[in-house]
Design a protein around this ligand. Structure first.
Ligand code: NAD
Length: 321
């Protein structure tokens, strides 16, 4: 049994990770700044604590006696959030910095940082038909402003805490993770959950018109949550120290994603395009050559299957509301 701290355990990925780690027989401490009533999942066999991890004293206290830390805590959201809250996104640097300082002080052996595809150089993502982003494409650096710079800086800090202080760090670059028990409304939701909500709402209300951000031809790849958790665990158990893509390579346009949702929901949607809405880069996909090589693994849940699960969960939430 390993004693593990999950920072951001009340969030989407953190909640799923806590479940996985408990299932593997570990002793888990889960920390989040939100009140427990707002956590997506509360697992009773974990020690669930509320605290602000931007604060060094909190980080020092919750990591005492811990062998591993997974840092999933960040002030983040979809494009609509990160384009308009750059300073708040950058303040997450305090979480990773103080967790690393605490890890050093408390002699934590392994440290995981959840980075993002938003670290990739923006000019390499200027067309919708792009080939996948390789890990080396993060440099020369020109990431997403605000959120992406924070992630790149924190990746770098993990590297130097390993080189200078011997902490064994792992860094995953997640590509758009989606699935049940995550944000689907309120302004921080990402495209899969937002579109699932809009389509479910169209089914429930009978109003078939939905707003689509941009012209719908921007492309992404979306990673189902169980793949994300599997990749995260494999990376943590590996000896690989450099940042690694954890992302699906099944690229789709936003219009293509809506087509899939139409099929799942069994309705035809009227799309109203808002060309002034935040859209992010024009095209993004994950190149999985390296992850295949070092972990002998890559995500396997197809978009149709993952979106069916996500749509059903979002639909149920809306029915309860
Ligand atoms: P999330 O917003 O659901 O979870 C993050 C959690 O961190 C939230 O519950 C939030 O309350 C908590 N948090 C924020 N500030 C905190 C603080 N000061 N102290 C304690 N807790 C704090 O997001 P998520 O989708 O679960 O993402 C988890 C991690 O993965 C984040 O670092 C995110 O940047 C990264 N990531 C996610 C995606 C994705 O598609 N979901 C993609 C790339 C990277």
């Amino acid at each position: 049994m390993t004693k593990i701290l999950v920072a951001g355990g009340g969030g989407f990925i953190g909640g799923h990770l806590v479940k996985q780690l408990i299932g593997e027989g570990n002793q888990v401490i889960s920390v989040d700044q939100k009140p427990l009533s707002d956590w997506y999942q509360v697992h009773s066999s974990a020690e669930n604590l509320v605290g602000d991890l931007q604060n060094l004293d909190v980080c020092l206290s919750v990591s005492k006696g811990v062998e591993q830390i997974y840092n999933l805590a960040a002030d983040m959201g979809g494009m609509g959030f990160i384009e308009l809250h750059k300073a708040e996104c950058m303040l997450s640097v305090l979480i990773n910095t103080h967790l690393l300082v605490a890890a050093r002080k408390n002699e934590v052996q392994k440290f995981f940082f959840s980075s993002s595809a938003c670290v990739y150089e923006q000019s390499k993502q200027s067309t919708s038909e792009i080939s996948g982003l390789k890990e080396e494409d993060a440099y020369p650096a020109m990431p997403e402003d605000g959120y992406g710079w924070e992630k790149l800086f924190s990746e770098r800090m993990c590297r130097h805490f390993h080189e200078d202080f011997g902490i064994s760090t792992r860094v995953a670059r997640y590509h758009n993770v989606y699935g049940p028990n995550g944000t689907y409304m309120g302004g921080r939701e990402k495209a899969p959950a937002a579109l699932a909500r809009k389509v479910a709402n169209a089914v429930i209300t009978g109003n078939r018109e939905i707003e689509v951000w941009g012209d719908g031809e921007q492309t992404r790849s979306f990673t189902y949550i169980t793949d994300c958790i599997q990749g995260t665990r494999k990376l943590m158990d590996s000896d690989f120290l450099s940042p690694l893509n954890i992302g699906s390579s099944e690229m789709v346009s936003i219009n293509g994603l809506i087509n899939i949702l139409e099929e799942i929901a069994g309705i035809k949607i009227e799309r109203k395009y808002n060309l002034d809405a935040p859209q992010g880069v024009r095209g993004r996909n994950s190149d999985n050559t390296l992850v295949n090589q070092v972990l002998n693994w890559e995500p396997s849940i197809g978009l149709k299957e993952g979106m069916s699960q996500t749509y059903r969960w979002v639909y149920d939430q809306l029915r309860v509301c």
